[in-house]
Design a protein. Sequence first.
Length: 202
Amino acid sequence: MNMIDSLSKRIAAWLACQLPTDQDTEEIYHYGLNLLLLNLLEIILILLIACLLHTFYSTLIVLLVFTAFRSVGGGAHMSTPARCLLVGTVQIVVLGAIAALPVNATILFGFLYGTLLFSLGVIIKWVPGGTEKKPLSEPAVRRRAKFISLIITCCWLIVALILTYTSNTRYVLAMILGAFSAMFLVAPIGYRFNALLDVKRI
């Protein structure tokens, strides 16, 4: 991750020269660029591996749905950027591969409604899921996150049902896994599971 950090510092320094700013603003540029570059690297790695595994579309849908829920709902994070990159990449790639497997329609409906109930419970009780650095405890912030998460859930359900009832179930499992994995990381069990993975050797 040193290369990404070095690149983001250089870009931040260049921006600071082009748009005269103080040291604090340059550090904000550096932090934001570092996150952006890490996210881009993770997306590229995920999609590249998915191409090699011939699971590109199912993985892409898992990634898009996961990101939609995660961006609003928050949840557990690894302690370092390298661990986030490694665990996040493996998680989405594995889920994308699972999503490419054929599933009986009855079982798919069970997964869909089970994930819906789980997601609604998590949204009502725990969204948004904060961290030590960003607790997200303000009532207004929490109400807004819950409201947006419910809208995302409604849109997710509508699209999944349309695909299911029109016999286009190929990517419904990917939508289910993307939503479930994002909501799992908001629930207390997700924080505990994440802590188990967040070990020194990673």
